[in-house]
Design a protein around this ligand. Sequence first.
Ligand SMILES: C[S@@+](CC[C@H](N)C(=O)[O-])C[C@H]1O[C@@H](n2cnc3c(N)ncnc32)[C@H](O)[C@@H]1O
Length: 223
Amino acid sequence: MHEVVKTGDGSSTLYNAEVGECYHSKHGALTESKYVFLHKGLEHYLEMSGSKSARVLEVGFGTGLNALLTLDYALENQMNLVFESMEAFPLKKEQFLGTGYERFVSNAVWEAVTNGYEKLLAGQQVQVGPGVSLSVFVGKLLDYSTDENFDVIYFDAFAGIHQPEMWTKESLEMATRYLVSGGVFTTYAITGQLKRTMQELGFDIDKQPGAPGKREMLRALKK
Ligand SMILES: C[S@@+](CC[C@H](N)C(=O)[O-])C[C@H]1O[C@@H](n2cnc3c(N)ncnc32)[C@H](O)[C@@H]1O
């Protein structure tokens, strides 16, 4: 069961009744997605590296909001982007279409992703624009493997109270093993345990102010 819920900034998210949680913050789905992932993650990497291209790996494709905004950013800024996400329980296309996210991205991005939705779920890459692609691994994080390397990790699992198995050292190790040295890990959450685990995995902690409704969030940089 997935119910469309309006969040604090007027954008929608979905409530997943089985998990007991929304896909994005009730304080503002669009604001959280732009701030935690695009701004603190991708933009930070681009500033630090001086690069005009990036490879992003996301844990949790969900409603696709982080992906859509990032693809849109890449087209607008004429950068090269490989965006790979993973999702164990993909939404049906009608649910994806019901989010209203076409309001936040260009027609080119919305049409490429909606027209390519079935292809994405079948494991095929979708070309969103010149040098900009999206793919989704349909499966669980612990079953994911790739030959690619990534510059940025968007770690967007449901909260630890609902899905503690996503925040274990084993899961975080799986998510970050393909991240290059100097790469950026970003997530909306922060706990003492998460910081310790990330340090054990070879990261410098770079604590940041949180999105609305959260005092802090974790960004971590791979040594
Ligand atoms: C917070 S939501 C992601 C929100 C998404 N990034 C967006 O922009 O809408 C977490 C997602 O992780 C997915 N998930 C749960 N367990 C997973 C697993 N073991 N491996 C990969 N994805 C998983 C859930 O189905 C859900 O879609």
